[in-house]
Structures are given as C-alpha cells and as structure tokens.
Design a protein around this ligand. Sequence first.
Ligand SMILES: [Zn+2]
Length: 256
Amino acid sequence: MLADSHAHLDDERFENEVDTIIENAREAGIGFILNPGTEESTSVRAIELSQTYDIVYAGVGFHPSDCASFDKNKHPKMIRKWCEQDKVLAIGEIGLDYYYDDGAPRDLQKKVFEEQIGLANELKKPIIVHDRDAHGDCLDMVKSCLDPNVGGVFHSYSGSVEMAKILLDFGLYLSIGGPLTFKNSRKAPDVVKYMPLDRLLIETDSPYLTPVPYRGRRNEPAYVRFVAEKVAEIKEIPVEEVQETTFENCQRLFGV
Ligand SMILES: [Zn+2]
C-alpha cells in the first residue's frame, strides 16, 4: 500500500475527473490520500471528497496565501464543526509563505497561523505546515505554539538537514514530494538520506510539483510511486519498504 500525504483533488484542474484520478490511484496501489483545504470552500470540498471516496481523507484550514479570507469571528467555529467529522484528520494546510507575500502581509500570516495552531491543540488534530521561504519563523512558531503531543508534518519539505534535525527532535514528520526527483534537487536528497524512515511521508502536492518522468504535466496521486522509488534509491533500500513504512507513518500521524 502507498499513501499520498498531500494532494489537492479539490483543484479545478481535476474538475469532473476525480473518478478517473482515484481509479488511477487505486491501480497504483494507493490506499490513503490526504486532501488538505486552503480556505473555506476548498476545506468544504475536501470534506465532500472524503465522503465520496473511501481512500480520501480531509484536512481543513487556511493557507498563508489565503489567510486574508480568515474571519476570526466565523472560521474558528467552522473549523471546530468540520473537525467533528470522522474523516477530517488534520488542520491544514497552514503556515507561512514569504515567497508570495504580496497578497498577505507577514504579520497577518503569523496571526492566522498561530490561531490555527491553537485550534489544532484544542481539537487534538495534527497540523500540516506549508513553509515557503519562511523557515526561521515557521520553526519558531511551531516550537512555541504547538503542543508536541498533537504533532504534525512539514509538507513538501524544502529546508536543510539542520532544520530537519530540530523538527524531528520536536516529534514532527517531514513530507517529501516531486522536487526530490528533479535533476537540480540539492538539499532534499541529503534530507532523505539523513531522515529515519519512520518519520518520513511522501506526497504529490497534486496538481503541482509533478515528479520526473512526468515533470511539466499535471500531477496526480498515482505518481507518488516515483517519489517512493527515488527515496528507495537514495536510501538504498527496497521500494516496498519505503511504500509500507510511509503508509504506516501516515496512519500513525493522522490517527487512522
Ligand atoms: Zn498544498
């Protein structure tokens, strides 16, 4: 069995094709897909998809790029309500994005991130962290705000081995996706080599970040197998071991 820890099946690029995409995923041996929300409508859609497909589970939350739409008076209540459903497993994706920070100022991103970490602590749901060009602040905020018993994952991890070490010490998981397979991938192979396999997740971030050999096309969960193969190659272990262990890691982190 394989798990894709992060896929946006709610994305408009999959419109009317989700049946086929799920069929492809099943054929590729995938038994678990986590679809995180990025604001209100995608969180609702993620829940709908989780109710339609047995292998799909949902995360709910406000992505840093969408955090201007987070309404303090309305959305915390909504998140609590969403989390009452069995297949809502995480708060995410949430975090900081300093690459695209023109839409949402950093102060606001931090405020919304902190509020949602607080909700994760209260609801005992692990967090799915989006960290782009914001390593220092993400690390500080997670360390100071997150209940370590709640835990979480840094998705599409792009930091250094040194930062990975700190996150692992804090009990977090790291998820690695398509960029690992890119020719110009620098830090990710070192991180994978360093990581204990039992703290690693793999993902597609579909429809983005398509792995080699399909780089440039639309990504889909079935392609997570190329990430598994690359991890196996780097760690010099059988691909089956990577598939099984990363699947178990997902089940453990998200409490399935
Ligand atoms: Zn994402």
